[in-house]
Design a protein around this ligand. Structure first.
Ligand SMILES: *Cc1c(COP(=O)(O)O)cnc(C)c1O
Length: 383
């Protein structure tokens, strides 16, 4: 049997061959293998140059300064650093954090940890399609609010938040604003200046880069007092010790540059694919769109199918690689906490699937997927 059709780009993406090629040049004895922190010879200088050129690519993509990019192991670490960093900084006295109930676990579990350390967390309920209203953020702010953390695009729904509006509210109240942009970077415009963002998390493997690398944008002016997660050689301005993985960092820089360079034409292509896919889906009666009808990323469609069992549906669709809920929680058979938080009834949540498209998705693939879903749902519903 041939491989299933891959429609799970929101879980991870394959590394673009152009990116892999650049990474490969940073590993072996004839390549750029030096330690970027080695100051005394050309091997180190060359590696440092590669790392700094990737930092410039990243900074440019975000309209940031190169000194504001901190390399990490991925968005999970970036989210941890963005929240624990300021919260646990010495002398920091504010005790309140605002986030939403449908953030990624990297944010939610970090908030839960901070609750054990004396912090109070407000978990905002988004609207029925997963949008966090700026007004609900405004209402939640207190005198002692330290950080607001709201994702740009939700990974299960594809729903887009108005981070610029939330950013303005936070800036006016002197509250730090962190954005998890793992799903939006390179797909939507991000300008950390105009959006009033203080910290922003990115992951390479969601943008056709390698797994195991990401970055955190950290605003320099005014400076944010942060404590590091790791202690050691003082790399990355003391915020992230550890020898930089040149090949990984080069991979992220190259992947980011490609995303931004092709953003507009790729979004048009993905929008066409989405419409094409939905034309098949709309043949199916009783299908619910969990994603936001208006403010949604083209590449992610979350659909609920009434009257079918979710597990059976996923098993029957064995020629499609899709996600029920998010990949991070698919080990358990609990309905997705995201769908639950936006009020999707339990039986629909169980029978909901996330389809996500990407750079290598073809029209043939979405046609095949659409037809298969229609056929299988029809068959499972037949008495
Ligand atoms: C994938 C993802 C993460 C985790 O990123 P890793 O690099 O895998 O740690 C965090 N937040 C969101 C929204 C994601 O989609």
């Amino acid at each position: 049997m041939s491989d299933p059709v891959y429609l799970d780009y929101a879980a991870t993406t394959p590394t673009d061959p152009r990116v892999a090629h650049q990474m490969g040049a940073c590993l072996t004895v004839h390549g750029n293998f030096g330690n970027p922190a080695s100051r005394s010879h050309a091997f180190g200088w060359q590696a440092e140059e590669a790392v700094e050129s990737a930092r410039a690519q990243m900074a440019k993509a975000l309209h940031a300064d190169v000194r504001e990019i901190i390399w990490t192991s991925g968005a999970t670490e970036s989210d941890n650093l963005a929240l624990k960093g300021p919260a646990l900084a010495p002398g920091q006295t504010k005790r309140h954090i605002v986030t939403s109930a449908i953030e990624h676990k990297a944010v939610l579990d970090t908030c839960a940890y901070l609750e054990t350390q004396g912090f109070e967390v407000t978990y905002l309920t988004p609207d029925a399609h997963g949008r966090v209203e700026a007004s609900s953020v405004a209402q939640a702010l207190r005198e002692d609010t330290l950080i607001v953390s709201v994702m740009h695009v939700n990974n299960e729904l594809g729903t887009i938040n108005d981070v610029a509006a939330i950013g303005r509210i936070c800036r006016n109240k002197n509250v730090l604003f962190h954005v998890d942009a793992a799903q939006s970077f390179g797909k939507l415009e991000i300008n950390v200046e105009s959006m009033c963002i203080d910290m922003l998390s990115i992951s390479a493997h969601k943008i056709y880069g390698p797994k195991g690398v990401g970055c955190l944008y950290v605003r320099r002016e005014p400076p944010i007092k942060m404590t590091p997660l790791f202690h050691g050689g003082g790399h990355e301005m003391g915020l992230r010790s550890g020898t930089l993985a040149t090949h990984q960092v080069v991979g992220l820089g190259a992947a980011a540059e490609l995303m931004v360079a092709h953003m507009h034409e790729e979004q048009v292509r993905l929008s066409t694919l989405r419409q094409r896919f939905l034309r098949h889906i709309h043949q199916i009666p009783g299908c619910v769109e969990n994603s936001h009808p208006e403010h949604s990323l083209h590449a992610i469609v979350n659909l609920g199918f009434s009257g079918v069992d979710g597990e059976t549906l996923l098993l029957a669709l064995d020629d499609l690689a899709v996600s029920s809920g998010s990949a991070c929680t698919s080990a358990s058979v609990e309905p997705s906490y995201v769908l639950r938080a936006i009020g999707v009834p339990e039986e629909i949540a169980h029978a909901s699937l996330r389809f996500s498209f990407g750079r290598f998705t073809t029209e043939e693939e979405v046609d095949l997927a659409g037809r298969r879903v229609a056929e299988v749902v029809g068959r499972l519903r037949a008495p």
